[in-house]
Design a protein around this ligand. Structure first.
Ligand code: NAP
Length: 342
């Protein structure tokens, strides 16, 4: 039996000796993960547009298999016009829950029965839990970012002065998570000033004592980037092409900066990180955040702590970049360029 080829396409199936239908599912590099689908299998979907780039199915299905849980995680390409129906479908079809990815996080939040934690502050949802027909919206992006950062660098949050590039759903969650860690101040740099203002209002409500500065790419960014010791690209620049990067003066970065790009790429690191590393900065890609936001979501769906190493292994097996190539690219990097389109 053959099915359509998607990011995590069902390639073929057969009836196992126990009567369960066994699906052979392929990831983006055609690795196979055999799953037993029965009449009691529970479903979790990831709703996005596009969704084909996601490696969440590989990561989550590897975890559920290792945990011995009868759960299958599937990609669901959902056009914005169909989001309301798709969310209703989660209830109607008794999904355990869902992940929400670009560009639906804010709109999905409006369709929840209740919002909790960071989702309630930001109005952006990345995880839905179906609690007996009530959809509860959570956001695990922020905690995923913090855990990934803590895993990589020894950070004193109270001395951190982060510059967050972007003001979308992910940027909002990261800003709130950093505010919860009592960072000294936050700079928000975004193409659209109104979106930064919305984020500032959210932050002011929840964290009235936190100093927040708003900048756009038209401002002189040399001083602000120099005085921010933690620079985070939370825009989607670099998602479609790892050669795109936010238009910031990367030549002002130093070895004292920690630079993060939450865009995760399976082939090569983003140009932004290569450039930052070329200036001596400590760099952090988006895979750690992906891992930890996913682990936090599994905890919400199942109440059980997932096997981080299994999930990390599933992600790492998808990486095809050669560190030697990345080092050469960093050494070769000269001109920050300005590939971010406005
Ligand atoms: P979003 O809500 O759509 O926000 C997109 C952001 O990118 C906005 O700030 C937008 O600026 C900016 N942007 C888009 N195109 C731009 C351009 N050409 N020039 C300058 N700025 C531009 O998306 P999101 O949910 O926050 O996700 C953002 C990125 O983070 C995505 O690539 C996503 O894959 C990644 N992400 C990664 C993880 C992880 O676990 N590693 C988790 C969540 C998200 P405007 O406001 O001006 O439009």
């Amino acid at each position: 039996m053959q099915y359509a080829d998607t990011a995590f396409a069902v390639k073929s199936g057969s009836l196992g000796s126990d009567g369960c239908f066994q699906l052979n599912c392929a990831g983006t590099n055609n690795e196979r993960l055999t799953m037993d689908i029965s009449g009691t299998t529970k479903l979790i979907g990831i709703l996005g547009h596009p969704v084909a780039h996601t490696i969440s199915p590989q990561m989550h299905n590897a975890a559920f298999k290792a945990m011995g849980l009868d759960i299958c995680y599937i990609p669901l390409e959902v056009h914005p016009d169909a989001l309301k129906d798709a969310i209703a479908g989660i209830k109607a079809m008794g999904f355990l829950g869902a992940n929400i990815t670009i560009p639906h996080k804010v709109e999905a939040a409006k369709l929840m029965d209740r919002l909790e934690g960071i989702a309630a502050i930001t109005g952006a949802v990345n995880t839905i839990v179906n609690e007996s027909g009530s959809l509860i919206g959570h956001n695990t992006d922020g905690v995923g970012f913090i855990r990934s950062l803590e895993e990589t660098v020894d950070i004193d949050f109270q001395a951190a002065e982060p510059m967050i590039i972007g003001a979308g759903g992910a940027a909002r969650s990261i800003a709130v998570a950093l505010a919860e860690k009592h960072v000294k101040r936050v700079t928000i740099l975004n193409r659209t000033r109104e979106r930064s203002e919305t984020l500032t209002v959210l932050l002011a409500k929840a964290f009235p004592d936190l100093p927040v500065e708003i900048l756009t790419f038209e401002d002189d960014l040399k001083g602000p980037i120099l005085s921010s010791n933690l620079v985070i690209n939370a825009t989607s620049l670099g998602l479609k092409s790892n050669l795109k990067m936010p238009p910031v003066p990367v030549d002002r970065l130093t070895k004292d900066h920690v630079v993060c790009d939450i865009v995760y790429t399976q082939t090569q690191e983003t140009k932004f990180l290569t450039a930052a590393r070329g200036k001596g900065a400590t760099t952090l890609g988006g895979l750690g955040m992906l891992l930890h936001q996913g682990a936090a979501a599994i905890q919400l769906w199942t109440g059980v702590e997932p096997p981080i190493d299994v999930m990390r292994g599933a992600i790492e097996s998808k990486r095809t970049d050669n560190p030697a190539d990345s080092q050469k690219a960093a050494a070769d990097w000269r001109d920050p360029g300005n590939e971010g389109s406005h």
